[in-house]
Write a protein that binds this ligand. Sequence first.
Ligand SMILES: Nc1nc2c(c(=O)[nH]1)N[C@H]1C(S)=C(S)[C@@H](COP(=O)(O)O)O[C@H]1N2
Ligand SMILES: [Mo]
Length: 432
Amino acid sequence: MTSDQNKRADPIDPFNRSRRRALRRAAAVPVAALGAAAAQSALAQGSAAADNLPPAVPTWTKQPGGPFVTPPYGLPSPFEKHVVRVLPSAPNPFPTGSRSPLQNLHGTLTPNGLFFERHHAGVPSIDPAQHRLMIHGRVKRPLLLTMDELMRFPSVSRIYFLECSGNGSSQWAGPAGRTAQEIHGLVSCAEWTGVLLSTLLDEVGLEPDARWLLAEGADAAAMTRSVPIEKALDDAMIVYAQNGEMLRSEQGYPVRLFLPGYEGNMSIKWLRRIKIGTAPFQTREETSKYTDTLPDGSSRRFTFAMDAKSVILSPSGGQTMKGRGFREISGIAWSGHGKIRRVDVSTDGGRNWRTAELQEPVRSMALTRFRLPWNWDGSPAILQSRAMDETGYVQPTRDRLIAARGLNSLYHYHAIQSWRVTANGEVSNVHV
Ligand SMILES: Nc1nc2c(c(=O)[nH]1)N[C@H]1C(S)=C(S)[C@@H](COP(=O)(O)O)O[C@H]1N2
Ligand SMILES: [Mo]
């Protein structure tokens, strides 16, 4: 087991010192020798690629690139074919969602083609010209908006994560799932563009007794949820674009509700109706679904904001670390209550912790990238990350989460994730 305590006892930062040593060693090896070694290993693997390694000029430099017939809508490099969303591991004749390949992503934004999906009745195909958004109920001037009309209102663009409250739910029962994608891939992050809901509510004029609103989707699930008026008037958005382009069909084209920080199911896709009322509407999704049964049998309801969570993505489950020495431990943290204030990382199963660096700018209710250099000495390790948000809330251990919530819950699992590293570098999902 690596001991971070020993490392801390060293007056000189052990990471910098050993890194300098590693760099000196690397510099001492002639470049040509490195090339020859790499070429030899490529040959040993039966590859004909030796001619493409330095100092040789690779084939792709010797001739012009392909003619300019890139598809009108660009695609990732064919060498990145493996980076795709996956369906849940249990076979399902009617798939209900797909997961983001978190461990293959960089930085904090999720490309639209890799954004996770969760559908209750499939993806409807909606002609924007025939779509309307109705706002009615306890208002002075009800509205029926075309997409063109909606897009004439002043717009905002903001970066937020979206997480399904069922993310990680398989972990309640035990260490199920292999990769970060399989276990935690129901979270993604994007720049959302649309109209603040408060702008539209200003337009319709709320009656003094307006307290809640109902949001309804135009899919076959007619998904409905109640939203408190405070959130609606605060940062709720009526979103039509994501990462610079119109919403993808699977994200709610042509328009969705977006409630920053709140559990994903409240951000109603394919939004067709907002009804203003005086009390919650008690829809199926907030009575039977999306509630958590506590140890005393009572139900936790209207949870709204997702609690602080983090997960190490590099290295993470299913990966194999190639060789000891320096690497970066890196992952994502987020909180539905605001900004991430700090992420601590342990390499010894939670005995010792070091504070990771947070990628700037740290945004409220957005994925936040954390990074920490690690000199892996080749011994077995248990990697963990622990997020703290600006309210002071600390991501709980699995034991603490279960002590507070019991084991009857399906949703809202956000305990510290542990990855076991074996001496041969294999990384797997464990509960400690
Ligand atoms: N109309 C409608 N809205 C919906 C859903 C749905 O099935 N129908 N699924 C909800 C759930 S459970 C989640 S987690 C998010 C997922 O959004 P995404 O598919 O854009 O990731 O949308 C929510 N909004
Ligand atoms: Mo969800």
